[in-house]
Design a protein around this ligand. Structure first.
Ligand code: NDP
Length: 322
């Protein structure tokens, strides 16, 4: 049955989610999440948002009837969840259903980077195999490496399970040590970078990790160092990373995420020994459909039963009104 509730969807959104929202609610679309585009009717009726896009404090304030923001994806650094909590607005994300997919992508990106598979394929496609012979031996190998994970959460652990199967030692850095986890813990990111030669970032974005991967951390990783980022681009000082690659401070980098997507800094496009992907961590039809279902299931659970399925920690205590 269709609930008499208006759900606002700003900008581009998942087709399956759009179909389900249109069936279950009154679907309202807007070009982008811009408070300047909010009409009087939206102000009077919109009680939920479903979005890929960031939702600012101003956007939350522009919708006085707003009760819930169902964010698509597990990382919700672009949603002002602290402001939502203050305003009594629930925020949900889509954890778990993408964990294994993103871990698979991280491993693919790691091997691609270390063994130069992107360049080897280009060699074949460009006809160099026929004209010039075998592709060169890769300078780097996964053999003998030790892996550090920055952000040992749901996805970090799924990556670690895969690395274990490769026979490589694992260490990690979080703000807090994870109880009952056998991997070596480092209280600082720099300490972790000093202890390993392969650093995988899967920490969330936002103020607490802003440019945490800086020149000092890259220098600590060292000249055999490989850096893989499957978390958020904001966590990296991209200018420092480009310099570190150019100067040989580290050996290679594999990046799925960037600070200002879809724009990739020219210095990173030009940097040597670098494999770059357009934020495809969870981007299979299978996993995006599961994320779409969880995103919409949160809206349905909220409006039908007054409880969300996967609230973010900041809004865990927000109660349904009325
Ligand atoms: P979790 O919340 O399960 O894990 C996050 C981990 O990071 C926690 O262990 C947390 O531990 C640690 N962490 C958080 N803040 C800091 C900090 N300031 N310093 C050190 N460690 C920190 O999240 P998931 O594993 O589900 O997802 C992780 C991130 O991956 C998402 O937030 C998202 O940004 C990114 N992602 C990227 C995708 C892609 O397509 N490339 C797809 C999906 C996710 P503690 O709190 O103890 O510090």
């Amino acid at each position: 049955a269709k609930l008499p509730v208006a759900i606002l969807v700003p900008g581009d959104f998942n087709d399956h989610a759009i179909g389900r929202i249109d069936k279950a609610f009154k679907l309202v679309r807007i070009e982008r999440a811009d408070p300047g585009l909010v009409t009087d009717e939206m102000r009077a009726t919109v009680r939920g948002i479903a979005s890929y896009a960031g939702i600012s404090a101003a956007m939350i304030d522009a919708l006085p009837k707003l009760e819930i923001i169902a964010s698509f994806g597990v990382g919700y650094d672009s949603v002002d969840a602290n402001h939502a909590a203050k305003r009594g607005v629930m925020v949900t994300n889509t954890p778990d259903v993408l964990t294994e997919e993103v871990a698979d992508t991280a491993i693919g990106l790691l091997i691609n980077t270390v063994r130069e598979l992107y360049a080897a394929e280009k060699w074949l496609r460009d006809g160099d195999w026929v004209e010039k012979g075998n592709y060169r031996l890769s300078r780097l190998t996964l053999r003998g490496r030790s892996v550090g994970i920055f952000g040992m959460g749901r996805i970090g652990r799924a990556i670690a399970r895969r690395i274990e199967a490769f026979g490589l030692p694992i260490a990690y850095h979080n703000r807090r040590q994870v109880e009952g986890l056998a991997y070596e813990y480092h209280a600082t990111l720099k300490g972790l970078a000093e202890a390993v030669d392969t650093l995988i970032c899967v920490a969330p974005g936002g103020a607490s990790t802003e440019k945490a991967i800086n020149a000092e951390v890259l220098a600590a990783l060292g000249s055999n160092g490989v850096f893989v980022n499957i978390g958020r681009g904001s966590t990296v000082d991209e200018a420092a990373l480009a310099v570190a690659l150019e100067s040989g401070t580290i050996a290679a980098a594999g990046l799925d995420v960037f600070a200002d997507e879809p724009n990739v800094p020219q210095a990173l496009l030009d940097a040597p020994s670098t494999s770059l992907l357009p934020h495809v961590g969870s981007a299979s039809e299978h996993t995006r459909r599961a994320m779409a279902d969880l995103c919409v299931d949160n809206l349905v659970a909220w409006f039908a039963e007054r409880r969300p399925l996967t609230p973010v920690p900041e809004t865990i205590n927000v109660k349904a009104r009325g």
